[in-house]
Design a protein. Structure first.
Length: 335
C-alpha cells in the first residue's frame, strides 16, 4: 500500500511538471531545462523554472481570482519599479502576446517573474533581520504613498477581507472549530467596528500581507519582497503593527498568540525613526493588546479565505490556531 501511495504521488508530481512545461511553452515560448515546485502560501502555487542560463519563477493563482485584483498588482509593481531604495521586487516577464500575465483554461492567472536570490522566512539571527525588514517596510510605505488612495477607512483592507469571508459559506474546518465559527466571525466584526473609533490617520496603499514568508533574506538582510497580489488600502501604521507581530510571533505556541515584546519594540523604533508617525508610537504601546487582537483577526480571515477556496486546512506552525484561540479568549471590545 505504501508503495502504491508513493507511486501515485510521483505520478501527480510528474503530471504537474508536464502541465507547467506546456504552459511555459504556450504563453512564454520557453522550453525549461528544470522545473522545481517551491514552498507555497495560502493562495498560489509557485515553481522555479531554469531555462538556459536564466532562472525564473512561475506563479499560478487560485481559480476565481478577479481580473481587477490581477491588474491592481501589475499596476502597483509598475509604480514601484523605479524606486531604487527598495530591495528587488517581482518583475514580470512578458508573454508571447506582450502581456504581463496570462490566464489558464481553468481560470487561474499565470505570472512569470525574474528569479530573486534569497531565502524566505526569518533567519535564525532574528534581530538584525527584523531591523532590516522594518526599514524595508518604511521605504516601501514611502514609495506606495506616492500613489493616490481613495479609501476612507484606516481598516479598509481588513473590512473588505472580512466581508468576503462572511459572505461565503463556512470554511471546511474540523468540527471542533466549526462550533465556534459564527462566534469568531461575530467577534472579528466587533473588534473591527470598535477599532474604527480610535484608529485614525490618512489611508495609503499597503502590501497587506507583509511577513517573513513574503520576504527573501541573505546574510540577515532583505533581498526581495514578494506577493503583491493582495495590495489594499488603510493606515500605514496599522500595517506596521501587523508586520511587527508577524515578525516577533512565537510560531511554536498554538495555545495562545505570543510574541517577543523586545523584538516588537525594536522594530517599532526602527520604523518610526524612518517613517515618523506623530502619534502612532505612543498609541501603539497603549493599545498593543487591541492591535494584537486585530492582527489575529486578520490572520484568521486570511486562513479562512484560503480554506474557502480549497487551498488550506489547519495545521501546526501557521499561526492560525493560536490566533483563533486568542480571539476566543479575548474580551469583546465595547462599541
Amino acid at each position: 500500500m505504501r508503495d502504491e501511495i508513493r507511486s501515485d504521488m510521483i505520478d501527480a508530481m510528474m503530471s504537474d511538471v508536464e502541465r507547467v512545461e506546456q504552459l511555459l511553452m504556450k504563453h512564454w515560448d520557453i522550453r525549461p531545462t528544470r522545473i522545481q515546485a517551491l514552498s507555497t502560501g495560502h493562495t498560489n502555487k509557485t515553481y522555479r523554472v531554469d531555462h538556459g542560463s536564466r532562472a525564473s519563477v512561475l506563479r499560478a493563482s487560485w481559480r476565481g481570482k478577479s481580473v481587477e485584483q490581477v491588474r491592481r498588482e501589475a499596476s502597483m509593481l509598475d509604480h514601484l519599479g523605479p524606486a531604487r531604495e527598495l530591495p528587488t521586487l517581482p518583475r514580470f516577464q512578458s508573454t508571447v502576446n506582450a502581456q504581463p500575465y496570462a490566464q489558464d483554461e481553468d481560470g487561474s492567472w499565470l505570472h512569470l517573474f525574474d528569479h530573486i536570490e534569497g531565502t524566505p522566512g526569518l533567519p535564525d539571527a532574528a534581530e538584525p533581520a527584523t531591523v532590516d525588514a522594518m526599514r524595508t517596510l518604511a521605504r516601501l510605505h514611502a514609495a506606495m504613498a506616492t500613489l493616490p488612495a481613495n479609501a476612507h477607512s484606516p481598516l479598509a483592507w481588513l473590512n473588505e477581507r472580512y466581508a468576503r469571508v462572511a459572505a461565503r459559506p463556512a470554511s471546511p474546518l474540523p468540527a471542533a472549530l466549526l462550533e465556534d465559527y459564527d462566534l469568531l466571525l461575530q467577534r472579528i466584526g466587533t473588534h473591527f467596528a470598535a477599532a474604527e473609533t480610535w484608529i485614525s490617520g490618512p489611508t495609503h496603499w499597503l502590501h497587506s500581507d507583509y511577513h517573513a514568508g513574503n520576504l527573501l533574506f541573505a546574510d540577515g538582510a532583505v533581498t526581495g519582497v514578494l506577493d503583491f497580489d493582495d495590495v489594499g488600502q488603510g493606515a500605514q501604521w496599522l500595517e506596521m503593527s501587523f508586520a511587527l507581530f508577524a515578525l516577533a510571533r512565537d510560531a511554536s505556541n498554538e495555545d495562545r498568540f505570543t510574541f517577543d515584546v523586545g523584538l516588537w519594540d525594536l522594530g517599532l523604533h526602527v520604523y518610526t525613526g524612518m517613517q515618523p508617525e506623530r502619534d502612532a508610537p505612543g498609541l501603539m504601546q497603549l493599545r498593543r493588546d487591541a492591535l494584537m487582537d486585530l492582527f489575529c483577526a486578520d490572520q484568521v480571515l486570511i486562513h479562512l479565505e484560503a480554506a474557502q477556496r480549497g487551498l488550506w486546512m489547519p495545521g501546526p506552525g501557521m499561526g492560525f490556531l493560536a490566533c483563533w484561540r486568542q480571539l476566543l479568549a479575548s474580551t469583546p471590545p465595547i462599541r
